[in-house]
Design a protein around this ligand. Structure first.
Ligand code: 13P
Length: 249
């Protein structure tokens, strides 16, 4: 059984129209990679990014969506709107959304359901805080988030899980290889479709640690923040994933 390898960039609240040149730099690397390459720019750039990536192997995603299809929700963006703008994926439940906007697991599940209904692949994020890890509760916390954030009673659904320890995001710290292996195995055994669901690791993934992380059997790719803003760094991470895909095949 081989799972798709996915290298996803999350630009967070970075990027003006001048950043669109990034895609012509990445396109040749994506074309040569057996991995799927996804970039999630801010919503203001989704349409232009999707246009810029037409005819390339790069997919475009949103960073969040509302749970409703439409309605009186000033400032929000629906999954249908992202799909209409050219997105194929959407991140839901990123820890920054959970912290900045108080999103609960139930909110995240509703967003994942909305993404699926719109024909988008949800990238559902889970991860423990430093205090939860120091208390030795990381598997319990992440398992609970997973169970409550996943769409209910569904198998055969195209979705992606991203394990992002909160304390590793933007800090330069990464979980140890053993801790990542342990958590990904724990997540996999709790998935409705354990053999086919792609589980990404995120949290300070850089060119110099990507090969070790992607070398783990249960790590099917990466969700990359800071390093996805730099075409050279992101290209190096895509190349590290190519090695993994070749090994798997
Ligand atoms: P960094 O790679 O900047 O740590 O961000 C990780 C992340 O939050 C991706 O969603």
């Amino acid at each position: 059984m081989t799972r798709q390898t996915l290298i996803a960039g999350n630009w967070k609240m970075h990027g003006l129209t001048g950043a669109l040149g990034f895609f012509s730099e990445i396109a040749p690397v994506a074309a040569q990679s057996p991995a799927t390459v996804l970039v999630c720019p801010p919503s203001t750039l989704v349409h232009q990014a999707a246009r810029a990536c037409e005819g390339t192997a790069i997919r475009i995603g949103g960073q969040d969506c509302h749970a409703a299809r439409s309605g009186a929700h000033t400032g929000d963006v629906s999954a249908d709107m992202l799909r209409d703008a050219g997105a194929s994926h959407v991140i839901v439940g990123h820890s920054e959304r959970r912290a900045d906007h108080g999103e609960s697991d139930a909110d995240v599940r509703a967003k994942a359901d909305a993404a699926l209904a719109a024909g988008l692949v949800p990238v559902i994020c889970v991860g423990e805080t430093r205090a939860e890890r120091e208390a030795g509760r990381e598997v319990e916390v992440v398992a609970r988030q997973l169970a409550a954030s996943l769409p209910q009673n569904q198998t055969g659904v195209d979705l992606v899980i991203a394990y992002e320890p909160v304390w590793a995001i933007g800090t330069g710290l990464t979980a140890s290889i053993n801790d990542v292996a342990r958590m990904h195995a724990a997540l996999r055994e709790r998935l409705p479709d354990p053999l086919t669901t792609c589980i990404l690791y995120g949290g300070s993934v850089k060119p110099d640690n990507a090969s070790d992380l992607l070398g783990l059997a249960d790590v099917d790719g990466a969700l990359v923040g800071g390093a996805s803003l730099n075409a050279t760094d992101f290209a190096a991470i895509i190349k590290a994933a190519s090695l993994k895909s070749e090994l798997v095949r």
